[in-house]
Design a protein around this ligand. Structure first.
Ligand SMILES: [Zn+2]
Length: 165
């Protein structure tokens, strides 16, 4: 992603008017820090177009909740392969929170496997991150994580960029 491009800044700015987190997720995904991201609500044509202008592939996925009610999720990625993996595994399927699902989601969303395993065993166990730092991540870091500190500079840089757009 060309951080100096005015066109990209305009896109990020427009996404921020929908939701800061959507803009931040889009930028992280463009940069490849997350292979795929999920927005747990449908997006309209214009919103999807903004993501596509950033170079992202988008898809809307229908899932069901326990009551049988249908919900729509939007997913986006630079890779058609990851979109297909998500669609194949979760398209038209009920939403579940099993360990196998959390593991596969972690793989797609770019979460360190150590953090995913720790989260399955002990959700939100105390870690060594400052709360302000933990807040800009989408995974809960495991204690003494060896991968999160390597990812952090990228997350911080993109968070700052999106804030400034
Ligand atoms: Zn970890």
């Amino acid at each position: 992603m060309d951080f100096d491009s005015q066109e990209i800044k305009q896109c990020i700015k427009a996404l921020k008017t929908i939701d800061f987190e959507l803009a931040y997720l889009a930028a992280l995904t463009c940069e490849g820090l997350k292979p795929l991201s999920r927005w747990e609500k449908p997006l309209d044509h214009n919103e999807l177009k903004l993501l596509q202008q950033l170079g992202l592939l988008t898809e809307q996925i229908t899932r069901t909740v326990k009551t049988g009610k249908q919900v729509t999720e939007a997913i986006f990625s630079v890779s058609a392969g990851y979109i297909q993996l998500y669609e194949k595994r979760f398209g038209d399927k009920p939403i579940d929170k099993s360990a196998a699902t959390v593991r596969f989601e972690g793989f797609l969303f770019g979460f360190p496997p150590c953090c995913v395993d720790e989260y399955i065993q002990h959700p939100y166990a105390k870690n060594n991150l400052e709360p302000e730092v933990q807040k800009i991540l989408f995974h809960w870091a495991c204690k003494d994580c060896k991968i999160t500190p390597i990812l952090l500079p990228g997350y911080l840089r993109i968070h700052e960029y999106v804030e400034e757009c």
